[in-house]
Design a protein around this ligand. Structure first.
Ligand code: MIC
Ligand code: SF4
Length: 642
């Protein structure tokens, strides 16, 4: 039978289960990556597993998120990560080496390999045909211990790219078109597979822009075939390991979406969701205050060269602040060597560190009501650090051209010629900011910010307590666990837990901990697509710490659902969506017979305040049910050694 590329890779990595759509399967993981914000917890958990060395093919620890370093915490965390990497046999990418996904694409990602990373944009590596997935830190710790990763065998959507993009229209516009079609919810357990004659017109970094933002649709991963273009990229990076990989002729897909690249227009995702897509022509003329070019989505050599060419010979108007963050140290050195950096600086750009920076709200927050055009991938309300900030996600071409004009402008009206701008035949290669492990052990440094991962109790057979919070649709992990100024507390769960749901309800953490201290079970009631966005497992660990026992939602996103199971919080769904209306915040709730309900996945939630019985279902694999029974994955491993 003709196979999709997705199922070919899964078949080659299948450890357990039936490889049929909708079935729970376990796959072997070849590569892993972590970043510093989620990495400390991942390595603390790896340490808790008691292994001497990592067991998978390749494990890399990147420092790219918390690099602003106000206070001692981040530096201490980096030192923990450096020393634990050396001790456990992990490659360490030092702060300054670049953003994990860009650097991994350049130096390590390979077609046909599986990769999990403690970051939701790990599918960036799908640009070279790697089956790469975001996961919680605990899952990555387990992958480093050689344990397989559980997923649901996905449905596969074929996105056919036809023709060739017009000048000034780019990869970002393609993925925004995909987001316009598929939105940010309803795509769990799905893989996007790109085919069509347009594929060969896109370089690997352009493909990676597209696979990166598949994460915003909530898909498991996105894949480009591994072809001559992939080979040329790996050759230019002086890398071995290319294989040809594509879907068989006649492979069947669950859905097909065709995009004619030749008629595609510049697009933008409007506040406050990556799925709120409009064409730039609809937004033309809107005054802007800030432009930021960078992030793991659009910070490649080509991205910055094109932006610099558009800006060349002009200075941005005084009403606009422009920042540029090259994605990796190699990109930074290349643009420094060939004069691109000078063009950017001459145009008035502020050169930012090769790190996540503005994308995660670490700095460069816009002013009150400020309109900010950014090339990154998320524009959730408040993520920029300014609640009233209006963030639009655009391509580097739209960003640069608009920066020049001072208002939202359509780059296809630019009179420059970008056709001569291509990737080099060989990229600058400088691996000196990696620390490759040797066989030596190392004393692991732990600053006062590093705490032990918290533990949970086994699942109670009866859960009774309050609906501590009721939220609507599309609650992101940024709502649950805000980043920005609080990021530095990620290694300190008691402290970080004090800001759970802060952007939604600043009293939540206090209320929840009071109920926990009274021995009650906490419930969170949510609408559709709960937990979208980041892979941060803190959105499960910290609520667990606050005594939350169940999330009752209309739907829950994949990575977050797995994180909830990993930490022993029941991810429950309404059997009938309308029942969402039958619970108000503050209602007294109870679920009895939890243990037997776990088996058949059917629960009855009693709303004691209103006198209703509400049927709920648990969507979890057998492995996850066991995790839930023991009160999380670490307990499960302690109890039964797996
Ligand atoms: C993000 O883009 O939201 C982050 C910050 O990279 C997160 C990881 C985190 O929360 O540290 C992600 O995408 O998973
Ligand atoms: Fe970093 Fe932003 Fe990419 Fe997340 S999305 S990894 S914060 S650059």
């Amino acid at each position: 039978m003709a196979k999709t590329m997705c199922y070919k890779i899964l078949e080659a990595h299948l450890l357990e289960g039936k490889l049929e759509k909708g079935e729970s399967i376990v796959v072997k993981i070849d590569q892993s990556l972590t970043q510093d914000a989620t990495g400390t917890m991942a390595y603390l958990q790896f340490e808790a597993l008691g292994l001497d060395r990592v067991k998978n093919e390749l494990a890399v620890s990147y420092v790219d998120h918390n690099t602003v370093q106000v206070g001692f915490e981040n530096f201490d965390d980096h030192e923990y990560l450096r020393t634990v990497a050396k001790d456990k046999g992990v490659i360490f990418s030092r702060a300054g080496n670049g953003i994990c996904h860009q650097v991994h694409l350049e130096r390590f990602a390979l077609p046909g390999k599986t990769l999990i990373g403690s970051d939701s944009h790990t599918p960036t590596a799908g640009g070279v045909g790697s089956f790469s997935m975001g996961a919680g830190g605990l899952d990555v710790a387990l992958a480093m211990a050689g344990v397989g990763f559980s997923i649901i065998a996905p449905r596969v959507v074929n996105i056919i790219l036809k023709g060739k993009l017009r000048p000034f229209v780019s990869a970002k516009d393609i993925i925004l078109k995909v987001l316009e079609r598929y939105g940010v919810k309803g795509n769990v357990n799905t893989v996007f597979e790109y085919t069509g004659d347009g594929v060969k017109t896109l370089t690997v970094p352009e493909r990676a822009t597209i696979t990166n933002m598949g994460a915003e649709c909530g898909v498991t991963t996105s894949l480009f075939p591994s072809d001559e273009v992939t080979k040329a990229f790996l050759d230019a990076q002086n890398r071995e390991g290319w294989i040809e990989l594509k879907a068989d002729e006649g492979a069947e897909y669950d859905d097909v979406f065709e995009i004619d690249l030749s008629v595609l227009e510049p697009m933008a995702a409007c506040p406050h969701s990556p799925g709120n897509v409009k064409s730039v022509s609809e937004l033309k003329g809107m005054k802007i205050n800030q432009v930021l070019i960078g992030s793991c989505t659009n910070s490649s050599y080509l991205d910055l060269k094109r932006a610099a060419e558009i800006l060349d010979g002009h200075v941005i108007p005084p009403t606009v602040s422009l920042g540029v963050a090259p994605g990796s140290r190699a990109v930074m050195r290349m643009i420094a060597a060939d004069g691109t950096l000078d063009k950017l600086v001459a145009a008035g750009a502020r050169i930012l560190e090769s790190a996540c920076g503005f994308c995660i709200g670490n700095h460069q927050s816009p002013g009150t009501d400020g309109v900010s055009l950014r090339t990154n991938n998320r524009n959730f309300e408040g993520r920029s650090g300014t609640k009233s900030g209006q963030v639009y996600l655009v391509s580097p071409e739209t960003a640069a051209y608009s920066a020049l004009k001072g208002y939202f402008a359509d780059p296809t009206e630019c009179d420059k010629d970008l056709s001569g701008i291509t990737n080099p035949d060989s990229f600058l290669i400088d691996d000196t900011m990696f620390i490759f492990p040797d066989d030596e052990k190392c004393e692991i440094k732990r600053g006062p910010n590093i705490g032990a991962p918290p533990t949970n109790e086994a699942l109670r057979n009866s859960l009774s307590g309050e609906a501590l919070l009721k939220v609507g649709d599309k609650i992101t992990t940024d709502h649950i666990m805000p980043a920005g100024q609080y990021l530095k507390y990620k290694s300190n769960i008691p402290l970080y837990s004090t800001v759970v749901f802060n952007p939604v309800d600043p009293d939540f953490a206090k209320r929840a901990s009071e109920h926990r201290d009274n021995g009650e079970a906490g419930f969170i009631i949510a609408g559709a697509s709960y937990g979208q966005g980041s892979s941060r497992e803190h959105a499960a660990i910290c609520p667990m710490y606050l005594g939350i026992k169940a999330v009752v939602a209309v739907s829950i996103e994949r990575i977050h659902q797995a994180n909830l199971c990993n930490f022993g919080i029941l991810p429950l769904l309404f059997e009938n969506e309308e029942d969402y209306e039958k619970i108000s915040q503050g209602d007294e709730l109870r679920i009895d017979n939890v243990h037997s309900s776990l088996k058949d996945g059917k629960f009855i939630l009693m709303n004691l305040s209103k006198g209703w019985d509400i049927p709920l279902k648990l969507f979890a694999s057998d492995i996850q049910k066991e995790q839930l029974y023991y009160g999380g994955r670490l307990n499960q491993i302690k109890e039964c050694g797996r």
